[in-house]
Design a protein around this ligand. Structure first.
Ligand SMILES: Cc1cc2nc3c(=O)[nH]c(=O)nc-3n(C[C@H](O)[C@H](O)[C@H](O)COP(=O)(O)OP(=O)(O)OC[C@H]3O[C@@H](n4cnc5c(N)ncnc54)[C@H](O)[C@@H]3O)c2cc1C
Length: 467
C-alpha cells in the first residue's frame, strides 16, 4: 500500500498546481486523475482549446481586413476546420504533456484512475481495466472540478445538441448555431463559429449577455458582436430544444409571453457548469456535499473532515482556472503551517472574445446595491493613438473609485488586449491604489495601457488628457 503526506484527487489547474506547491514544501505528494491526460477541464476541454480556436478564427477574421492595411491577398482564402481542430489538439497535447513533465520534475506520483474515498485517510484508485489499489494519505485535497450542466428538459445528444466539449471538435462549421446561454463560454465559442461563417443566435434568460459583469461591458460587447452579425434574444426563457434529423428547433418565450422559434443545425447548451463529485464517495469519509454536489468548505477550504480539503470548481466561488490555482497553493501552504490569504474580490474575470472583456473588483451595480458612494472615470480606446494605429478602436476602460478616499474599487474594460491589461488593475488594487496613484504613473506611449491612466485621470478629477 502506498503512503503519502498529501493526495490530490483531480489534476485540473487546482489539483496539479496544488501538487507542485505541496512537493515544493517537502510533502510526499500523489495526484489521481481519471483521464489519461493531465490538466483537467482547463487544459483539455476548456481554457486552452477554446483560446486556440479563438486565436485561429481571429487570424481568419483579421485576414479579411488586410485590404484596409494595404495588403492584397489574391486567390481563395478558405477555412480548413479539420486542420484548425487538429492544431488545437496539438496545443492541448503539448500543454498536458507539460503538466506530466512538471509532475515528474517535482517527484509527484501520478495515479491513473478514478479516486473514491474508503475512509478519511484512504482512497481507492480504480483503473480503466477494473483493477484497483489503495492509497493511504495524511491529508487529501479534493480537486474534482466541474462538468457542463443542462436544463432538465434538454436531451443532450452530443452530436447536434451539444456542450462546450463537443463544440471544441465539430467536424463542420454550423450553418446556424443556436446558443442557449449568453455567458462567457457560449459567447466565446459563438464568436469562433461566427468568424468561420456560421449564423449565430444567442438565447439568454437574463436581460443581457455576460450578466455577471458590469452592465456597461455587456452593452458594449453586445453592440460589437451585433455589428459582427451575432443575433441576441435576451430576456428569453428556453422552453424546448428538439432534434429532427439534422434540424434542431429551439423554442423560447419572451418577456411578453410570445414564443419564438429558432431552427438551426446545431444547438450549444452553455447554461453553466455543475460541481463534479460523481463516484468520489465523499460521504464515506464523512465529507459534506450540498444538494448541488458542491463540497462544503470553511474559509481555509477545509471540509467537514479536518484533514480533507477541497478547491476549485467543486467548491463555492467563481469557476475560473486561476481561482482554482490560488486555492491549490493556499491549501498547500496551510498544510505547511503558513498563513496564506486569497482576496476573492481581486480575482479578475476575462472574456476572450475580440474585443476582449476584463474586470476586477466591484461592478457599478454592486456598488449601488451596497450603497457605496463612488465616482467613475471612463476612456474610450478610439481616442488612443495605438488603438487607431492598429485599427482596434472598439471599447473603453472604466475605473470606479471611492467618492471620499479615491481608492480604486473596480476596473472594467473592453477592448484589444484587455485580458492582459487587467493585470495592472489587479496589481493596483492589491496595493490599494487610489485612482490618482494610477493617474500619476508613467504609461509607455503609444500603448493600450494608456487608456487605464486616462480613465484614472477621468476618475480623479474628470481630467483625462486626450478627450
Ligand atoms: C470551454 C471552457 C472554457 C474555459 N475558459 C476558461 C478561461 O479562459 N479561463 C479560466 O480561468 N477558466 C476557464 N474555464 C473554466 C476552467 O476550465 C475551470 O474553472 C477550471 O478547469 C477548474 O479547475 P479545477 O482544477 O477545479 O477542475 P477541473 O479542471 O475540472 O479538473 C478536475 C479534474 O478532476 C478529475 N476527476 C474528477 N473526479 C475524479 C475522481 N473521482 N478521480 C480522479 N479524477 C477525477 C477530472 O477528470 C478532471 O481532470 C473554461 C471552461 C470551459 C468549459
Amino acid at each position: 500500500m502506498s503512503q503519502f503526506d498529501v493526495t490530490i484527487i483531480g489534476s485540473g489547474p487546482g489539483g496539479y498546481v496544488s501538487a507542485i506547491r505541496c512537493a515544493q514544501l517537502g510533502f510526499k505528494t500523489a495526484i489521481i486523475e481519471k483521464y489519461s491526460t493531465l490538466g483537467g477541464t482547463c487544459l483539455n476541454v476548456g481554457c486552452i482549446p477554446s483560446k486556440a480556436l479563438l486565436a485561429s478564427s481571429h487570424h481568419y477574421e483579421e485576414l479579411q481586413h488586410f485590404a484596409d492595411h494595404g495588403i492584397e491577398v489574391s486567390g481563395d482564402v478558405k477555412v480548413n476546420l479539420e486542420k484548425m481542430i487538429a492544431r488545437k489538439q496539438a496545443v492541448v497535447d503539448q500543454t498536458s504533456g507539460g503538466v506530466k513533465f512538471l509532475m515528474d520534475k517535482n517527484n509527484i506520483t501520478v495515479f491513473n484512475g478514478v479516486g473514491s474515498f474508503e475512509s478519511a485517510t484512504s482512497v481507492k484508485v480504480t483503473k480503466e481495466d477494473g483493477s484497483s489499489e489503495i492509497i493511504e494519505s495524511k491529508n487529501i485535497i479534493i480537486a474534482t472540478g466541474s462538468k457542463p450542466s443542462s436544463l432538465p428538459f434538454i436531451k443532450l445528444d452530443k452530436d447536434r445538441i451539444i456542450t462546450s466539449t463537443e463544440a471544441l471538435k465539430l467536424k463542420e462549421v454550423p450553418k446556424h448555431l443556436v446558443i442557449i446561454g449568453g455567458g462567457v463560454i457560449g459567447i466565446e465559442l459563438g464568436q469562433v463559429y461566427l468568424r468561420l461563417g456560421a449564423q449565430v443566435s444567442v438565447v439568454e434568460f437574463m436581460d443581457r449577455i455576460i450578466p455577471g459583469m458590469d452592465a456597461a461591458l455587456s452593452k458594449e460587447l453586445t453592440k460589437v458582436l451585433k455589428k459582427q452579425g451575432m443575433k441576441f434574444y435576451t430576456s428569453h426563457k428556453v422552453q424546448s430544444v428538439e432534434r429532427a434529423g439534422d434540424v434542431v428547433t429551439v423554442k423560447a418565450e419572451n418577456a411578453k409571453g410570445e414564443i419564438i422559434t429558432l431552427e438551426g443545425d446545431y444547438s450549444l447548451v452553455s447554461v453553466g457548469r455543475r460541481p463534479y463529485t460523481d463516484g468520489l464517495n465523499a460521504e464515506k469519509a464523512g465529507v459534506k456535499v450540498t444538494d448541488r454536489g458542491q463540497i462544503e468548505v470553511n474559509e481555509h477550504l477545509q471540509t467537514s473532515v479536518s484533514n480533507i480539503y477541497a478547491i476549485g470548481d467543486v467548491v463555492r466561488g467563481a469557476m475560473l482556472a486561476h481561482k482554482a490555482e490560488e486555492e491549490g497553493v493556499l491549501v498547500a501552504e496551510i498544510l505547511a503551517g503558513q498563513k496564506p490569504h486569497i482576496d476573492y474580490n481581486l480575482i479578475p474575470g476575462v472574456v476572450y472574445t475580440w474585443p476582449e472583456v476584463a474586470a476586477v473588483g466591484k461592478t457599478e451595480e454592486q456598488l449601488k446595491a451596497d450603497g457605496i458612494a463612488y465616482k467613475s472615470g471612463s476612456f474610450p480606446f478610439k481616442a488612443l493613438g495605438r488603438a487607431r494605429a492598429g485599427g482596434d478602436t472598439d471599447g473603453f476602460v472604466k475605473i470606479l473609485a471611492d467618492a471620499k478616499t479615491d481608492e480604486v474599487l473596480g476596473v472594467h474594460m473592453i477592448g484589444a488586449r484587455c485580458a492582459d491589461l487587467i493585470a495592472e488593475a489587479v496589481t493596483a488594487m492589491e496595493f490599494r491604489a487610489s485612482a490618482e496613484d494610477i493617474s500619476r504613473m508613467s504609461h509607455a506611449h503609444p500603448t493600450f495601457a494608456e487608456a487605464i491612466k486616462e480613465a484614472a485621470l477621468a476618475a480623479t478629477d474628470n481630467r483625462a488628457l486626450h478627450v
